[in-house]
Design a protein around this ligand. Structure first.
Ligand SMILES: Nc1nc2c(ncn2[C@@H]2O[C@H](COP(=O)(O)OP(=O)(O)O)[C@@H](O)[C@H]2O)c(=O)[nH]1
Ligand SMILES: Nc1ncnc2c1ncn2[C@@H]1O[C@H](COP(=O)(O)OP(=O)(O)O)[C@@H](O)[C@H]1O
Length: 220
């Protein structure tokens, strides 16, 4: 996590304090956002996944509390009533939501969060917290390749894959609401591009709260 350890030594690079950011990755289902998210979480210690709550059943290999918090409809209703969500939406006949947790206070301390959420959630986060959001939309190289990936993942029935393909055009139509758009053709190349966006956004001037005292000292 970033902290303010500006050193007086000329040889030590200061690690300036900064606000964390809310890094959103969205894509039509199957384009690869889960894959890219996991690569980013493995490679980068400063970003943490915002684990969503969902009413959809777990897929093989998904762990409760790690990939999602899996709840039933009654529990989701209770959380909505108690205003526990930052945002929530209906997707593919299930409900998905971002629990509030301690996101706001952690952002102030320089913690970055990764959000694997859809365009509806992205719009809600923009409305609530414009300054901290960075949004990336991932496109598949073609619709034929999108179907191939959904089939190769082998976790959905043929009906569910058809439904996801039907929805893909609708999801892609939201591409222009995102700041960055990356085509996921080669997965390593896509990952490097997404990582470069994150690195650049961390250096955005207004996010670097440690700059003012640092520059003041430089000029003193
Ligand atoms: N708005 C919103 N969307 C979410 C949330 N969590 C997941 N989603 C989206 O719900 C959609 C379906 O997710 P999932 O069932 O895991 O299937 P996927 O499309 O293969 O990732 C994806 O577009 C996710 O980005 C959330 O907390 N809020
Ligand atoms: N660039 C790529 N080339 C080939 N296969 C990919 C690529 N990116 C992801 N995949 C595969 O496509 C499938 C869907 O990817 P996933 O990350 O689950 O998508 P999403 O989270 O967007 O639904 C997975 O089996 C994944 O391993």
């Amino acid at each position: 996590m970033a902290d303010s350890t500006a050193s007086t030594s000329d040889t030590v690079r200061p690690n300036l304090a900064r606000r964390g950011l809310m890094f959103i990755l969205s894509s039509p289902s199957g384009a690869g956002k889960t894959t890219i998210s996991r690569m980013l979480l493995d490679a980068d210690e400063e970003i943490r996944l915002s684990v969503s709550v969902t009413t959809r059943p777990p897929r093989p290999g998904e762990i409760d509390g790690t990939h999602y918090y899996f709840v039933d409809d009654a529990e989701f209703d209770r959380m909505v009533e108690e205003d526990d969500f930052y945002e929530w939406a209906h997707v593919f006949g299930h409900r998905y939501g971002t629990p509030k947790g301690r996101i706001r206070s952690a952002l102030k301390e320089g913690q970055d969060f990764l959000f694997d959420i859809d365009w509806q959630g992205t719009q809600q986060l923009y409305q609530k917290d414009r300054q901290d959001v960075v949004s990336v939309f991932i496109l598949p190289p073609s619709l034929a390749e999108l179907r191939r990936r959904l089939e190769s993942r082998a976790q959905d029935s043929a009906d569910v894959i058809d439904a996801r393909m039907d929805r893909a055009r609708g999801e892609i139509s939201h591409w222009a609401e995102y700041e960055y758009v990356v085509v996921n053709d080669d997965v390593d190349a896509c990952f490097e591009k997404v990582r470069a966006i994150l690195e650049a956004e961390r250096m955005e001037r207004t996010r670097q709260t440690g700059l003012i005292p640092f520059v003041r000292e430089l000029m003193a």
